[in-house]
Design a protein around this ligand. Structure first.
Ligand code: GDP
Length: 190
């Protein structure tokens, strides 16, 4: 659990990103995957305002955490009802972020554990691998699965991600918060 986290700024294009400094941890996932819930759990406060309209927020939100690292909330992708212009805007700002930031230490790729990899998640994964950006998978809403369903979900996720770390997370119970923090600390020590 962190003792201090503060919202820095919201950037709708790369020109508004803050100067690089501390290591950065980025959070990515489809709209409604539970990204705001996860960020609120990690930061222990309502910093990552839950958006009521999925896919609406097209900005990259930066948070300073404990004067040690920056959390970066990238806009949720894959919202079916979003017009083409919105998905293009998403792509531009996210590409700019992922390509440019030298201090990007880790990407947390959020998957809804009931759904596993969707087409856009796989595209993102391939993109991250191509550009050699480090990432881990966070499987969200695990409280909605029984053990059998969780096993099936794990098998499905493993098909496209055979050996990387999978962190099972529940915003309801807090399961996984400790594991995510451990992974973040490990990847951001200088
Ligand atoms: P975002 O669009 O990715 O930021 O998703 P939100 O955090 O706003 O969550 C989308 C919906 O899923 C909300 O109704 C949340 O209450 C619900 N939700 C998020 N995380 C969990 C979870 O771990 N368990 C359950 N049962 N519901 C969740």
């Amino acid at each position: 659990m962190v003792t201090s986290a503060e919202f820095l700024l919201s950037a709708s294009n790369a020109g508004h990103f803050p100067p690089e400094g501390m290591p950065e941890v980025a959070f990515l996932g489809r709209s409604n995957v539970g990204k705001s819930t996860l960020l609120n759990r990690l930061l222990g406060q309502k910093l990552a305002f839950t958006s009521s309209t999925p896919g609406r927020t097209q900005s990259v939100n930066f948070f300073r955490v404990e004067d040690r690292m920056i959390f970066v909330d990238l806009p949720g992708y894959g919202y079916a009802k979003a017009p083409k212009s919105v998905s293009r805007a998403w792509q531009e700002v996210v590409d700019a972020y992922l390509l440019q930031r030298e201090k990007l230490a880790l990407c947390c790729v959020l998957l809804d554990s009931r759904r596993g990899w969707m087409e856009t998640d796989l595209q993102l994964k391939e993109w991250l691998e191509f550009h050699q950006r480090p990432y881990v998978v966070v499987a969200t809403k695990v409280d909605k699965l029984n053990q059998k369903e969780k096993n099936a979900s794990q098998k499905a996720i493993r098909e496209h991600y055979p050996s990387g770390e999978i962190i099972w997370f529940s915003g309801l119970s807090g399961q996984g918060v400790k594991e995510i923090w451990q992974t973040i600390w490990k990847r951001t020590v200088r």
